[in-house]
Design a protein around this ligand. Structure first.
Ligand code: KIV
Length: 262
């Protein structure tokens, strides 16, 4: 994916879009060599990299620093998350945050929800910055939602998701993330939109899928939400490499002659 037009093209051709989160240079370099279509510098970095208990602690400074590192490692299409409240204090302030992320190398920004910041979304789009929407479970509203749970289960809340998705498309968003919504709701939204939907916990019918890199690599073996599949036993593989290094150091196996200068 080189531009937002590749997203619409993928939707038209019905080819699925793969997206992973990435927060640093070395994993960006690995992703660069993969078939993954695009990269999200998610505000989940506040939790995954910085150890906070929610995404509320991500700041634009953090997002910009990590976005720049990622963009030094990959040429792929990079989307950067707008942090908590950064787009809720008026258009000018939002634009300042957008500017930081775009100047760090992002090709688009993502923001959560729609109610109350429609004008800001429109203004960002007409300022020349591609916007990815994000509805369903929106982790920046976790205290309002009351926990990490599936959204849009009732008829009314499902219809609200459909309406919000349509609104995001009308405002000029080039794609929308659907997080933790029932499959049938995700399918309805996907069918009604002409921009692609990218799901996480939203079933198979979305136009693409996104996962947090560390989650799909199984770096936290205790984190097993229903929607997640581990593609690697990352934690145990890293642990065994570390322990092998430790024992080889202690048993004087490493470094051998091969790793030593004569
Ligand atoms: O921050 C993030 O990782 C995200 C994805 C879960 C879509 O927004």
């Amino acid at each position: 994916m080189n531009s937002i037009y590749d997203f619409t093209k993928a939707k038209r051709k019905k080819s699925k879009i793969s997206m992973v989160t990435c927060y640093d240079f070395w994993s960006a370099k690995i992703i660069e060599n993969s078939n993954i279509d695009c990269v999200l510098v998610g505000d989940s970095l506040a939790m995954v990299v910085h150890g906070f208990d929610s995404t509320l602690h991500a700041t634009t400074e953090m997002m910009a620093l990590h976005t720049a590192a990622v963009c030094r490692g990959t040429q792929k299409f990079v989307v950067a998350d707008m942090p908590f409240l950064s787009y809720r204090k008026g258009t000018t302030i939002a634009l300042n945050h957008v500017e930081s992320l775009m100047k760090s190398g992002a090709k688009a920004i993502k923001l959560e929800g729609i109610d109350g910041h429609e004008d800001t979304v429109r203004h960002i789009v007409i300022s020349g910055v591609p916007v990815m929407g994000h509805i369903g479970l929106t982790p920046q509203s976790i205290h309002q939602i009351g926990g990490f749970r599936v959204q849009g289960k009732g008829e009314e809340s499902a219809q609200k998701l459909v309406d919000d998705a349509m609104k995001l498309e009308q405002l000029g968003c080039f794609a929308v993330v659907l997080e933790c919504v029932p499959c049938n709701v995700a399918q309805k939204i996907t069918d009604e939109l002409s921009i692609p939907t990218i799901g996480i916990g939203a079933g198979v019918h979305t136009d693409g899928q996104v996962l947090v890199l560390q989650d799909l690599l199984g770096m936290d073996d205790e984190f097993r939400p229903k929607f997640l599949k581990h593609y690697l036993t990352g934690k145990s593989q890293v642990l065994s490499a570390l322990n092998q290094f430790d024992s080889e150091v202690k048993e004087r196996i490493f470094p051998s002659k091969k790793e030593s200068y004569s």
